[in-house]
Design a binder for this molecule. Structure first.
Ligand SMILES: [Zn+2]
Length: 415
């Protein structure tokens, strides 16, 4: 039976920490801009390190810029991680909640003086939001920086930014850890969607993190005079792009793939981009997301079929560029079960749900027993100054995190 440690959790202290961290990178018009390794981020990192040391954690910063606070015996650690960087004009909870709730749990566990079978590590991962390389710190730690990433111009820019604040990316390999050093990974995060709020619940237990398939399609037609070229001889790239996008959405509806999958054409670029020239080129990004590899593949083939058909109908050439695939990451059944049983034991109702957004947890889930807890987001708004969660939802989520950590740390995980 899980021990209810919530009496040791100081909710006001956690809310105070969230408010204090939100001041770093705060914008006069509202919202926070704290991209990784920016001056505001470095100040926030110094602040966090001080709070960690005050809580009795021993703190180190690894070669990727991950901030790691540790307590307890030597050997494999239970890691509680998230991030303190933000998107430009972001909110005060995305990432910050997971790190600061972890810190509050570390204090509570010290005060509860429970014997620890494992060490506890609170980690703030570098550049989760991808100002340069998304999920950078967790990828570095788990050895998931692919040659593709390391040869990208984004990585080169990151190396320059990191050098300016004292890191050498030539030493990145030092951040790599063997998965056996991590007994389990837990992350508390705001939901960033409306599902929990709609269900009238404060807290969710994540069972998988959706995969993402991104591709750039280029329709190539012919640039001609907009006035003197009759409609029936045109090879209009935008006409093809619009046909493709609406057909893809229709296919998705017709196949009943709308409930679980997501399809987004978030960027369309037109060349030469003049009002009086028939467009010769239209570049469309397609991003599909789904909770399983099969669903992801099905969505991608719906898009492929729609775009191929539109190219033929409109007499256009079609190219597919720079595909990127992030496989769906199922979280670990044993950890999901532990969190669910703990929630039951302490009387916190939870919804089991997938995560539609990317998180550091997905990098760990491939190699380490991993679980995630969600806190309801008001209106599902995130990556925006209006991002907000009720204090009682934050405290309920942190309470479940604390008791789950207590269970895992005491070696009480059911294997
Ligand atoms: Zn986040």
């Amino acid at each position: 039976m899980a021990r209810d440690l919530r009496a040791f959790l100081n909710g006001a202290r956690l809310l105070g920490d969230l408010e204090a961290l939100a001041k770093f990178g705060a914008l006069p018009e509202g919202g926070i801009s704290r991209p990784a390794f920016s001056p505001a981020f470095q100040d926030a990192a110094d602040w966090l390190i001080q709070r960690m040391e005050e809580a009795g954690l021993s703190v180190r910063i690894d070669a990727a810029g991950n901030i790691i606070g540790r307590m307890g015996p030597p050997g494999p650690a239970i890691v509680c991680g998230s991030h303190i960087d933000t998107v430009p004009g972001g909110g005060h909870l995305d990432g910050a909640l997971g790190v600061l709730a972890g810190l509050e749990c570390a204090r509570a566990l010290s005060e509860a003086a429970i014997p620890l079978a494992h060490a506890l590590e609170i980690i703030a991962f570098a550049d989760e939001e991808g100002a340069y390389v998304s999920l950078f710190g967790s990828r570095a730690m788990m050895g998931e920086l692919t040659p593709n990433i390391l040869q990208s111009t984004n990585f080169l820019t990151l190396s320059v930014e990191m050098a300016a604040v004292g890191f050498q990316t030539a030493r990145l390999a030092e951040a790599h850890r063997d998965p056996s050093e991590i007994a389990a990974y837990l992350e508390l995060h705001i939901e960033q969607g409306p599902v929990l709020e709609d269900a009238g619940l404060k807290v969710g237990v994540v069972d998988s993190i959706v995969g993402m398939d991104l591709v750039r399609y280029r329709f190539i037609g012919e640039a001609r005079h907009a006035g003197s070229t009759p409609m029936n001889v045109r090879r209009d790239a935008v006409r093809g792009a619009c046909d493709a996008v609406s057909t893809a959405f229709e296919n998705m509806e017709a196949e009943g793939a709308s409930a679980s999958g997501r399809m987004t054409f978030g960027n369309i670029r037109v060349l030469p981009g003049a009002s009086n020239v028939v467009p010769s080129e239209a570049i469309v990004t397609s991003e599909v997301r789904a909770g399983s590899a099969g669903d992801l593949q099905r969505l991608r083939s719906l898009v492929d079929a729609a775009f191929g058909g539109a190219a033929r109908r409109n007499n256009l050439a079609l190219h597919e560029d720079s595909p990127e695939l992030d496989e769906a990451a199922p979280l670990t059944p044993r950890i999901i079960e532990t969190i669910t049983q703990v929630a039951d034991a302490i009387g916190t109702p939870v919804l089991r749900m997938p995560s539609g957004a990317c998180h550091d947890a997905q990098i760990f889930a491939r190699k380490v027993p991993t679980g995630m807890i969600f806190v309801a987001s008001r209106g599902g708004v995130s990556h925006h100054p209006d991002e907000f969660s009720d204090a009682d939802a934050i405290i309920a989520g942190a309470g479940l995190l604390l008791c789950s950590l207590g269970e895992l740390l005491s070696g009480g995980t059911r294997s």
